[in-house]
Design a binder for this molecule. Structure first.
Ligand code: GDD
Ligand code: MG
Length: 442
């Protein structure tokens, strides 16, 4: 894979947000070892992480300016071996989910977290049957490793509560509905059962183009190869900017560049960054291109430390929590262990993002969820600066948006307790797996 290299990055205390880069070639051929993939983007340690905001422009030696970097297939494969891909799913057709599975590189561990209905038909049972068949078929005579669980499994609820996250249970004692909640359960499973998976990525189950799924996973791997293999002193998050979000208008497919809710989430997150950078710094309006990136990945270290939000607020809230933890103007710390500097990569992929169409009320709900993630958790330092504060502006625009639930970081779970409960449940509950717990490599 060949990626363009960011020339400008934006530093908010210990949070570095790289400008949008793009996939130049899906397959860049055999790349010689001279084109080292490491250290191709700014190293966080090189900058003053105490400044509220600074813009970092890549300095090239004369004659050494490089616009792109190739990541050899063998390097991607090394990363896939360390990646788990969580697929949140709610009532998608098994054909669509199977298409998604076909696009996830073979060496990634697939984790299906389903909130599909079980009555009157047990859709989850059909999903597991399909997944088991698929993995057997793809397993060279054995089975490809996988994990599957149902979000409403009483044992999953019991395991999360016993391990220290009772907040995620609803009044019926089961895990709450919501994509974010499903993703949290997925991350906990990876942490408990597959400790050598150092990276976790998310791919929606309603992706209709397997080639797009494959590209997202490759972009995750490429991003990690460029950044996360070094000293482990920083954390990395890779967020996908879809090549396009096609819509059918008047019988024609129109390849819109931005999603309808992303446009709004990005705008308000950029306002937030502008406020934090201060009136004289003028962080530009277009830093965040991935406010709603359902397709994203990060190292497990970060996935365990971040506070994750409920439902569709989860992706915009990443920025908000990272600013809370790392922006030099704030001093809230909600994690048990201190945050390392974090780098966010935003990679524009080539495939169009075709997924199950959403109606306007769903889009409206997602926009409000994103604005609620900002409004109710404004980091300190977002000063009004004489004019209307960001909160006032949001309120003037849509009233008071709903407050998402924000869960404690997953690292607070007692993993031994969680693992024991989940594994004990294997015989009766919804938990199905092959090849896990994975043996820790020596
Ligand atoms: N496990 C689980 N639990 N999965 C769920 C749940 C749930 O309660 N609700 C939805 N999902 C699954 C869906 O089956 C789908 O695969 C994925 O989560 C995304 O849900 P959609 O309902 O398709 O969301 P969307 O397409 O409107 O929004 C997606 O893109 C947005 C950006 O445009 C999501 O990924 C958003 O999070 C993202 O912001
Ligand atoms: Mg969708």
């Amino acid at each position: 894979m060949l990626l363009s290299i960011p020339q400008t990055s934006h530093l908010f205390g210990g949070l570095l947000i790289e400008e949008e880069t793009k996939v130049v070639e899906l397959d860049a051929g055999m790349i010689d070892s001279e084109s080292s993939v490491f250290g191709m983007s700014p190293r966080l340690g090189d900058y003053d992480v105490l400044a509220p905001y600074s813009q970092v422009t890549k300095q090239h030696e004369p004659g050494q300016a490089r616009a792109s970097v190739g990541i050899p297939p063998a390097v991607l494969e090394t990363m896939f071996n360390q990646m788990a891909i969580i697929v949140p799913c709610k009532d998608e057709s098994t054909e669509t989910i199977e298409g998604v599975l076909s696009g996830i590189p073979h060496s990634c561990l697939v984790v299906l977290v389903s909130n599909s209905s079980r009555f009157p038909q047990d859709r989850y049972a059909r999903e597991v049957e399909m997944l088991t068949d698929f993995c057997r078929f793809a397993g060279y005579g054995r089975s490809r490793p996988f994990v599957a669980i149902h979000q409403k499994d009483p044992e999953a609820a019991g395991a999360l509560a016993a391990a220290g996250m009772p907040e995620i249970l609803d009044s019926d004692g089961l895990v709450r509905n919501g994509k974010g909640e499903g993703m949290i359960l997925g991350v906990a499973l990876v942490a408990a059962l597959c400790p050598q998976r150092r990276f976790v990525g998310f791919v929606d189950a309603d992706n209709q183009v397997p080639g797009a799924v494959n590209e997202y996973c490759k972009a995750y791997a490429a991003g990690f190869a460029m950044n996360a293999c070094t000293s482990g002193t920083t954390n990395t998050m890779v967020r996908i900017v879809w090549g396009s979000k096609p819509k059918v208008k008047n019988g024609q497919i129109v390849y819109d560049r931005d999603g309808r809710s992303s446009r709004v989430a990005n705008k308000w997150l950029n306002y937030l960054l502008a406020d934090i950078s201060g009136p004289n710094q003028g962080a530009s309006a277009n830093i965040v291109a991935t406010g709603n990136a359902g397709e994203h990945a990060m190292d497990m270290d970060l996935a365990l430390k971040l506070r994750l939000a409920s439902g569709y607020a989860i992706e915009p809230f990443h920025f908000v929590d990272l600013l809370h933890q790392l922006s030099a103007t704030t001093d809230t710390t909600n994690s048990a262990t201190p945050f390392k500097p974090v780098k966010i990569l935003q990679i524009r992929t080539r495939n169009p993002h075709f997924h199950r169409p959403s109606d306007e009320s769903h889009i409206q709900k997602m926009r409000r969820a994103a604005m609620g993630a900002i409004y109710h958790y404004l980091p300190l330092g977002t000063a009004a600066g004489g004019g209307l504060s960001l909160g006032d502006r949001i309120r003037a625009c849509i009233g008071i948006p709903p407050a998402p639930l924000v869960y404690p970081p997953i690292e607070r779970l007692d993993m031994a307790v969680f693992r024991a409960r989940i594994m004990a449940e294997e015989k009766e509950g919804s938990f199905e797996s092959f090849g896990v717990p994975e043996k820790v490599q020596e």
